[in-house]
Design a protein around this ligand. Structure first.
Ligand SMILES: [Zn+2]
Length: 249
């Protein structure tokens, strides 16, 4: 019989600040490239800055998503700007193309950012808020946050064996964000890629020319850099997944 001696869900979230909410990234003043709020966002990263959640067995390794089957994503339509489902799907298509992992849109959800329940298959929950203050975050305004995202993982030990994996990811986007939907720079696509990067377990790392830089700027690319793709592939397990064990997490 299996003895569940230890089971511990963990969820982290890292916020993203954007310099301005205007739809003119080319005119971004240099002093806005690193808003004061960015320092606060960096504090949530691990000491190494590489991963937010590491293996409980080997702290040099990241927790991993079971990605042998498609990872699903669901959207909570509350406060969602019109037409945003297509934008999210476009951004998730970029993640899928770059990583080689399948991401499947599984429809709507009522899942809230602070919900700790999760579906019976690895899922990223994407929600929106019109509010200036939600789930402990302050959104909007110059230097204000525009999104927050993070992964959740669980593990248990049984018979000397540890089973551990990501269980879900969560993203909350500010509907107050005003920007072009697609492309790089200060855009919804860049914002979604950044927060989904957090949800997949990437921490803040890299300069302004990376997705995971703490601030969106005119230099933010429209896709992950090669180094970021390598980091994503480290946290996405695409062979040998133990889906039966995961189902107990
Ligand atoms: Zn961030």
């Amino acid at each position: 019989m299996a003895a569940w001696r230890f089971r511990h869900p963990t969820a982290l979230a890292v916020v993203l600040a954007v310099a301005v909410t205007a739809a003119a990234p080319a005119a971004l003043p240099a002093e806005h490239a690193a808003p004061a709020s960015a320092a606060r966002t960096a504090a949530a990263a691990t000491a190494s800055g590489r991963y937010e959640l590491v293996s409980t067995v080997d702290p040099t390794r990241p927790m991993r998503w079971p990605a042998c089957r498609p990872i699903e994503y669901r959207i909570n339509p509350t406060d969602m700007p019109s037409g945003m489902v297509a934008t999210v799907q476009h951004a998730m298509g970029v993640v899928a193309r770059q990583t080689g992992v399948r991401f499947r849109f599984a429809g709507r959800t009522a899942h809230l950012f602070d919900s700790t329940n999760h579906a019976a298959t690895p899922t990223i929950y994407i929600g929106f808020t019109n509010r200036a203050h939600a789930f402990g975050q302050t959104f909007g305004g110059t230097g204000g946050e525009v999104g927050v995202g993070g992964p959740a993982a669980s593990w248990y030990r049984s018979g000397g064996r540890t089973v551990e994996a990501m269980t879900y990811g969560r993203v909350l986007l500010s509907s107050r964000f005003r920007a072009p939907r697609t492309g790089g720079g200060v855009s919804w696509q860049s914002l979604i890629l950044h927060e989904v990067g957090h949800a997949l377990d990437l921490a803040h790392q890299g300069g302004p020319g990376t997705i995971m830089h703490p601030s969106l700027t005119a230099a933010t690319p429209a896709q992950f850099t090669p180094a970021e793709v390598r980091a994503l592939r480290r946290v996405l397990q695409t062979s040998g997944c133990d889906d039966a064990a995961w189902s107990r997490l």
